[in-house]
Design a protein around this ligand. Structure first.
Ligand code: FNR
Length: 377
């Protein structure tokens, strides 16, 4: 398959992956209205074409909490990444390190904190869910600290898992799910050999390390169900702030009215996110929520935006509307599933080129020129 645009990787991933995995990545909650809105609303933001205001060698690097980012893009935490490519978390982290951007490891990764950290030379970022089992959370944070990890992404938009109806249709869950997954695997032999066979163990690395026994897909779904706690409130998070000495980034803020609580907790950063349209269907797109959150934060924390970013132009749009950086989920997962580490590296080169071309054509010589006047809403 010819890959010339970042979006080409989606079609390639669809060919490579068994359906239950492709749909698990690609799908959203309920009728997928918010999923669609996320990228539609981004695409609808007009970039203002300005002429003869170009500059040479547009620099895309920036700093977040003293960390250098070669591009204002961070790889988002994505559960089960090691099911989409052989030891997928490790390959994604290596790609991020080669490019010079952060990689965020999910709580529910296949590869453990230890496996991924040993594969790279600089500390990764780690994401934690709000869970009932506080001992698990402490154990995970201590293991992260042992590897010098000092950026914690704390996800707050999943007190209960969203309703992902595609999963029952595809075989991720639902009747005869195990049998259906096997049938899909045998009809995708490249995946079956590379990931199904040689990508083992298909464990939940962080959870197995804590429980002291292997954890499979059924355990994963069961563990998620048992451990998400709809009753958790902001005050329950204070111990995390007290326990974690590093940077704390709250992921999943979509409403300006939640900003004060996050700042009062002592957040160093917020991620404007609706979990890629996988939680409450019908909520606003992230890009529409971004300007009001940026205004409410008023410089007291750094603001990252995710959900719907599919290419370099989307990154430019988000930065124009006030984001300090963006996170991408599906976009890099499609590239990883298609071509592993080199797919992710190539994807980021495509983003970089698209950003530089766009910035030339809107008359922005540097990231600091990406201001609201460069777009029309
Ligand atoms: C996610 N996301 C996610 N977020 C998180 O905090 N922890 C996690 O384990 C996961 N797992 C996960 C799995 C899959 C398959 C997807 C697609 C997403 C959400 C993710 O971090 C990010 O917020 C969204 O992916 C952003 O939207 P886009 O870029 O995918 O549109």
């Amino acid at each position: 398959m010819i890959i010339s645009a970042p979006e080409d990787y989606r079609a390639s991933a669809r060919q490579t992956l068994p359906r239950f995995l492709f749909d698990y990545i690609d799908g959203g909650a309920n009728s997928e209205v918010t999923l669609e809105r996320n990228s539609c609303d981004l695409r609808e933001i007009e970039l203002r074409q300005r002429v003869l205001k170009g500059s040479l060698d547009i620099e895309l690097s920036s700093q977040l909490w003293g960390q250098n980012l070669a591009l204002p893009v961070i790889l988002a935490p994505v559960g089960l990444t090691g099911m989409y490519a052989k030891r997928g978390e490790t390959q994604a982290a290596k790609a991020a390190e080669r490019i010079g951007i952060p990689y965020t490891l999910s709580t529910v990764s296949v590869c453990s904190i230890e496996e991924v950290s040993k594969a790279v030379s600089k500390p990764i970022w780690f994401q934690l869910y709000v869970l009932r089992d506080r001992a698990f959370m402490k154990d995970a944070l201590e293991r992260a600290m042992a590897f010098g990890i000092d950026t914690l992404v704390f996800t707050v938009d999943m007190p209960v898992p969203g309703s992902r109806y595609r999963d029952a249709h595809s075989g991720m869950s639902g009747p005869n799910a195990g049998l259906r997954r096997i049938l899909q695997a045998v009809t995708h032999p490249n995946w079956a050999v590379s990931v199904g066979l040689f990508g083992q163990p298909h464990d939940l690395g962080n959870i197995s390390a804590y429980r002291g026994k292997r954890t499979n897909l059924a355990d994963y779904i069961g563990w998620l169900g048992e451990n998400f706690d709809p009753e958790i409130s902001w005050s329950d998070l204070q111990w995390i702030r007290d326990f974690w000495p590093g940077k704390l980034i709250i992921k999943g803020i979509l409403d300006a009215d939640d900003v004060e609580d996050a700042i009062a907790l002592g957040a160093d950063g917020l991620i404007v996110s609706n979990h890629g349209g996988r939680q409450l269907d019908g909520v606003s797109s992230s890009i529409r929520a971004l300007p009001s959150v940026v205004k409410a934060v008023d410089g007291r924390a750094r603001v990252i935006m995710d959900s719907g970013i599919r290419n370099g132009l989307d990154v430019v749009r988000a930065l124009c509307l006030g984001a300090d950086a963006t996170m991408i989920g599906r976009s890099y997962i499609y590239a990883l599933a298609s071509d592993g580490q080199s797919g992710v590296e190539n994807l980021m080169q495509l983003y970089k080129k698209e950003m530089q071309v766009a910035m030339t054509l809107i008359g922005a010589g540097s990231l600091s020129d990406l201001t609201p006047d460069k777009v029309r809403l």
